[in-house]
Structures are given as C-alpha cells and as structure tokens.
Design a protein around this ligand. Structure first.
Ligand SMILES: Cc1cc2nc3c(=O)[nH]c(=O)nc-3n(C[C@H](O)[C@H](O)[C@H](O)COP(=O)(O)OP(=O)(O)OC[C@H]3O[C@@H](n4cnc5c(N)ncnc54)[C@H](O)[C@@H]3O)c2cc1C
Length: 447
C-alpha cells in the first residue's frame, strides 16, 4: 500500500483520483484543492453566460462526497504551499489558517494552468475579468446583468475569446473582439477557415478589431474600466475580458523538476516527472504530440483526463504508456462548426515539414436530399516527401465533428494521403455522398 497525495482536483486530478480509487483501492489517497469546487467544465462557461443552457449545475460532473465515498480524503479550500521533495512532504494551509503536513510515497501534481496576464497599464482596474474559474464566470455573468454595461472588450480571439464574444452578444450587449493576429483562431486553422469564422462573427454583430494590440486599459478616477487603447485606436468599453491564453501552474515544482520551454513540467509517456516519485498531469504538464513526434504543451480538458488516467494506472502498478495526442479540438459559434486536429499549414511549415495540402468543399449528402444538407469544407495537410498526414480541418453548419477523430487516428498511426484515398468509407444518402469529401480531398492531392 502506498500513500498518494494529489494536488489539484479539476479534470486531470479527478481522472487520476477515479482511476486510483476504482482500480487500486488498496492505496491511501489524499486530495488537496484550494478552490471550493471540483470538476468544473470551463467549456460550459460561455454556454451558461450566453444563456444557451439553463444553469450551471450540469457543469460539475462529480462531487467531493462521491470521491470521498470511494475512500479518498479531500482537503477542500486548502492550498499546497510547498513541497519538500527530499523528505517527500507536502505543506499546506487550510482556509482557517491551520497548517498541515502530508507525507507521500507518490505525489501527483495536477495544478493546471493560470490565465496569462498581460503587463499593461490599467490591468488592475475594476471591471477587468479573466475566464478560467467558475467564480470568474460568475463575476462576468453578474456584471452583464448591469444595465450600465453595454460594450464589452474581449481581448484575444482564440477559442475562449470567440466563445465569450458570442455569449456577450447573446446577452444583448456589444462585444468588441481584439486580436493581435489578423484573424480569429489563427493557431488552429488556416485562413480558408478563419475567414469564414470572422465573417460569421461579424454577421452576428461582434465588432472585430484584428491586427490590433491592446496597450492600455483605460479607466476613470473611480478605478472602473472606461475603455481600451490599442496600437491603432481608442475604444469605449464598460467591461474588459482577457482571454489571451494560459501558462502552466508550476509554482510547487519549478525549482526541483525539469521544465519544458514554457515552464510546464516535463513528463515521460508514463506522466512521470524528472523525480521518479512525482507525476504531473493535465495543464501543468507537457504532452507527447504525435503530429511532430515531440514534446509539446497543449492545454485541453481531453488531454488532462487522459493524462490523469495514465498516471493513475502507473502509480497503481500497471505500466501504461500514453499514446500521445493530436490536439484535436472543435468550436461551434452561432451554429457554425469547425473542428481540427494536428497541424495547420503554417504550424506544419514552422515545424520544419515540407507541408502541402489538399482540400475539398461539397454538400455533405447527395443533391436529392433536401433537408439538413449543408456544405462541408475539408483541408488535409500532409508532408510532401513522406506523404504522412499531419493535420486536418473541417467546417460546416452540420455536425461533421466525428470525421475529425478519424484524422486524429490517421496522424497517430502515420497514415499517408494515398492510403486515405482508398480508405473504406461507406455510403448512404442519409449520411454522405458516394464520392464523399474525404475521398475526394485525398484523390485531389496534386503534389
Ligand atoms: C473557458 C474555458 C473553456 C474551455 N473549453 C474547453 C473545451 O471546450 N475543451 C477542452 O478540451 N478544454 C477546454 N478548456 C481547457 C480545459 O478547461 C483545461 O485544459 C482543463 O481545465 C485542465 O485541467 P487540469 O485539471 O489540468 O487543470 P485546471 O483545470 O487548471 O485545474 C487545476 C486545479 O488545481 C488546483 N490547484 C492549483 N494549485 C494548487 C495548490 N497549490 N493547492 C491546491 N490546489 C491547487 C486549482 O484550484 C484547480 O482546481 C477550457 C478552458 C477554459 C478556461
């Protein structure tokens, strides 16, 4: 029997805890969590703020009682202050100030990530918000109830910024979306896709300010936000929401453990850090990225869950290697759906591949199907020399999301573009065309 201390109980921590409690109940598990809640699905924040779902209850998929019921000891509202890695002790402070010491045989760091805070004047003004924790979502939700709040500056047009901009519009306010790149979602999709999303946003009333960098958050003598200044202009705003990315929370191990370029804990395929008794999972750790066959940082809930499962098994005694990830992701904004996996063209070139692409656009189903038959766009990025598929992007008003999982597997298994052209893809008019867009894209590969 081992004593395992787990710090952090969101997606990665809960996945590790469930694996240990369900499969290896002979061990002692102590969970330390500084927040008041666990297992919060941040992906639901925009849906809730935009009133696309009834409430927040469904955004928590487990509870302290459930985890305790399986035998763990949970210390909620308790912050792990430091770890003595030589003595193998975690030092923590409870809400009431009481100090704790928790010795461990194995330690799991599931401390996640923190929003990146830009170093710009005005960042401390009242009315500046981040979108990470449940409590931050609550604060934005409350602020949007105020009649005085009409214009909201959203900074960063990645996934979260775009989703929050939609939610603000759905609440009847005016979102101004600022982005230093010249399109939304630039790191995931090629311009063929992002331009559609930009048009979609603009058509639905999101005011786009792309290719603009925020330099100052402006405010009055009352300390409240009054607007933002960029390198191109000055804009009035009653609220500012910052969504410019996340950095790994490495506070507990940064002096002791080997770190990746952005500070994430370096882990092997077993989620083990450079200290053999310490595992790191989720947003605090790196992943193995099959598209580039290298270590990378890709902060996603899906990766967090898988890494927690892998760590749980390895600590429990079953050697299990991570299969690596492709960074598969999706987004749905005002009904327009985009999904991608692996590298887009720019990322593939940057990674050193002789990257080219093939693409196809067609109706999903034959022309004689009149209902629920929308166009689908597909681009497949591959390496010109090895022919290996490196990434894929798809978009439609229809739900075509399941198709991207096949590309995820293709990247993982190093499938070639030529093999894709001959892949057995079934045909039924209810679902697709005899010459479907996947086959057609592969057959159209010229280079
Ligand atoms: C608005 C939003 C939308 C998102 N949408 C999606 C999506 O649609 N799909 C997707 O795959 N991903 C999405 N993500 C990303 C996803 O939420 C993260 O990848 C995921 O939360 C990572 O889980 P984690 O458990 O590693 O870390 P976190 O969620 O960051 O949790 C870390 C936990 O550790 C605790 N902790 C940290 N330090 C200490 C300490 N010293 N002592 C005690 N406790 C500590 C924290 O309180 C926290 O509970 C979204 C994120 C946000 C913010």
């Amino acid at each position: 029997m081992s004593k395992i201390v787990l710090i952090g109980s969101n997606h990665a921590g809960i996945a590790a805890a469930n694996t240990l409690l369900d499969k290896y109940p002979e061990n002692e598990l102590v969970i330390i969590e500084r927040n008041t809640n666990l297992s919060y699905l941040g992906c639901g924040t925009a849906l809730w703020i935009g009133r696309q779902i009834k409430g927040v209850d469904g955004l928590f998929y487990t509870s302290g009682e459930t985890i305790e019921g399986k035998g763990a000891r949970i210390l909620m509202e308790t912050t792990a202050d430091r770890v003595d890695f030589a003595k193998k002790i975690v030092y923590a402070t409870q809400k009431d100030g009481k100090k704790l010491e928790e010795p461990y045989d194995k330690l799991i760091l599931a401390t996640g990530s923190q929003p990146i805070t830009p170093r710009i004047p005005g960042i401390d003004k009242k009315g500046v918000h981040f979108v990470k924790l449940f409590q931050e979502g609550q604060a934005i939700d409350k602020a949007l109830d105020e009649p005085a709040v009409q214009k909201v500056a959203v900074v960063g047009a990645g996934y979260i910024g775009v989703e929050i901009a939609e939610a603000i519009k759905r609440r009847g306010k005016t979102p101004l979306l600022f982005e230093a790149f010249d399109t939304s979602l630039a790191t995931y999709y090629d311009p063929w896709f992002t331009h559609d999303m930009d048009k979609n946003l603009a058509d639905h009333g999101v005011e786009l300010h792309f290719g603009e960098k925020i330099t100052t958050i402006d405010g009055g003598a009352d300390g409240k936000v009054s607007g933002v200044t960029t390198d191109k202009g000055k804009y009035a705003a009653d609220l500012v929401i910052l969504s410019i990315g996340f950095r790994p929370d490495n506070a507990l191990g940064k002096e002791h453990l080997k770190l990746f370029t952005n500070g994430a804990y370096h882990v092997d395929r077993h989620q083990r850090t450079s200290d053999p008794d310490v595992y790191a999972v989720g947003d605090s750790a790196t992943v193995w990225y099959n598209a580039t066959d290298s270590e990378a940082y890709i902060a996603l809930a899906t990766n967090a869950v898988r890494s927690g499962i892998v760590a749980g098994h390895n600590i429990g005694g079953t050697a299990l290697e991570s299969t690596g990830v492709q960074g598969s992701n999706g987004i749905c904004i005002f009904g327009y759906k985009m999904v991608s996996t692996g590298l887009n063209l720019a990322a593939a070139k940057k990674a050193g591949f002789d990257a080219v692409y093939t693409e196809y656009e067609d109706y999903q189903k034959p022309g004689f199907i009149e209902e629920d038959n929308n166009k689908v766009k597909l681009r497949v990025v591959y390496d010109k020399k090895s022919r290996r598929i490196l990434g894929a992007q798809m978009a439609s008003l229809s739900d075509i999301s399941m198709g991207i999982h096949m590309f995820s597997l293709a990247i993982e298994e190093k499938y070639t573009i030529e093999k894709l052209a001959l892949l057995d893809i079934f045909f039924l008019p209810h679902f697709n065309q005899p010459y479907n867009y996947i086959t057609m894209a592969a057959l159209s590969a010229k280079e």
